[in-house]
Write a protein of this length. Structure first.
Length: 202
């Protein structure tokens, strides 16, 4: 994997697509915009083209010269969008990608060779390298009620606090293995909290 394709390097405008942005910005979730200029020759202006952006974690809306050309929900799906005739113009053009990271890793990732535009005349214009970016909002983007803070506790645990308990089994899963070290702190806190609520243990 080429980690140079789209990793933010600062909050001011320059980043690079294809390592997830946590490598540069830390563990953040939210909505970020990525933008890159590219140049089209006269013979490819007003002609159809294909835009490929490898994969995006989690969801995207992609625009070329201000016109939406596609969008996909899903962190592990390769993005390939058709650019209609008349949208590209001779000289400078702009691709902008709104990325919504709902939790965990975020950003454009994959192989540098998979981030490019292919013109009608089969010219391949690489979009790897520096991109501008802007943070729109930070914070967990909840796509379903189970992601809301306190909802699972209030709905599933709080109603049974008046019942007796001898122990609990926990299966964590691996989907957030990248945050494994957080559980060194989170699990002891949860265990202490449960013992206090049931009045058991020490």
């Amino acid at each position: 994997m080429d980690t140079r394709i789209c990793t933010p390097t600062s909050q001011s405008p320059v980043s690079r697509p294809a390592a997830r942005w946590e490598t540069a910005l830390g563990d953040i979730d939210g909505t970020l915009w990525f933008r890159k200029d590219f140049t089209i020759a006269a013979e490819d202006a007003s002609q159809p083209a294909t835009l490929e952006l490898s994969m995006i974690d989690d969801n995207d809306e992609t625009f070329v010269n201000g016109v939406k050309v596609g969008g996909i929900h899903g962190y592990n799906i390769k993005r390939m969008y058709a650019i209609p005739p008349s949208l590209l113009r001779e000289g400078k053009n702009v691709v902008a990608v709104k990325i919504v990271d709902t939790g965990g890793d975020g950003g454009i990732y994959g192989e540098a060779k998979d981030v490019h535009l292919t013109t009608q005349s089969q010219k391949i214009i690489s979009l790897a390298g520096d991109w501008h970016f802007q943070i729109e909002s930070l914070g967990l983007v909840a796509l379903n009620p189970n992601a809301y803070p306190t909802l699972l506790f209030n709905a599933m645990l709080n109603p049974i606090l008046n019942l007796g308990i001898r122990g609990a089994l926990w299966y964590q899963g691996e989907s957030n293995a990248g945050r494994a070290y957080q559980y060194r702190k989170a699990f002891p806190l949860m265990i202490t909290d449960w013992r206090g609520r049931w009045g058991l243990g020490s």
